[in-house]
Design a protein. Structure first.
Length: 130
C-alpha cells in the first residue's frame, strides 16, 4: 500500500483540481487536464511502463488517496468531490472488468451530510424494538 495525501483546501475549481493532482501524483507534461486523462493516469498506478504517474505500486498493491479536510471541500466544491468518488470507482471497475485487481482506495472522514443533517433516532416501540 502507498499513501497519497491530498490537501483539498488547495482545490477551488477545475484548474486547481488538476494542478494539485498533477503535483501530488506527478502526472506527465502531456496530461490532458480532464477526467478522462485523470482516469487513465489513475488506472495505471501499478504499471511503471505507462509512465503516467510518479506514484507507483507493484501489481496487486493499492494506492490510498487520503482526502484531507474533506468537510470543507464538500461544502465548497461538491461537484469536484463527487467526481473524485465516481471516477475512483470507475478506475477500479474498469480494472476489475479486465480481470485486474483494484488499485485505488479513497480515505476520508466526512461529517457533512449531503442529504441534510442526521435525523434523531426514532422512538422504539416496546412491542417491536427493531
Amino acid at each position: 500500500m502507498r499513501l497519497a495525501r491530498l490537501d483539498t483546501r488547495r482545490i477551488s475549481d477545475w484548474d486547481t483540481f488538476h494542478d494539485v493532482f498533477t503535483e501530488v501524483f506527478g502526472f506527465p507534461d502531456f496530461y490532458g487536464r480532464n477526467m478522462d486523462a485523470w482516469i487513465d493516469c489513475m488506472t495505471c498506478l501499478d504499471d511503471a511502463t505507462a509512465e503516467l504517474s510518479e506514484i507507483q505500486v507493484l501489481p496487486g498493491e493499492v494506492v490510498v488517496l487520503e482526502l484531507e479536510h474533506v468537510n470543507d471541500f464538500v461544502g465548497r466544491c461538491p461537484e469536484l468531490f463527487e467526481e473524485i468518488v465516481d471516477c475512483a470507482s470507475f478506475v477500479n471497475w474498469r480494472r476489475i472488468e479486465r480481470g485486474i485487481p483494484a488499485v485505488l482506495a479513497l480515505s476520508f472522514y466526512k461529517t457533512t451530510y449531503l442529504a441534510g443533517p442526521p435525523q434523531p433516532p426514532r422512538e422504539q416501540n416496546p412491542q417491536n424494538p427493531y
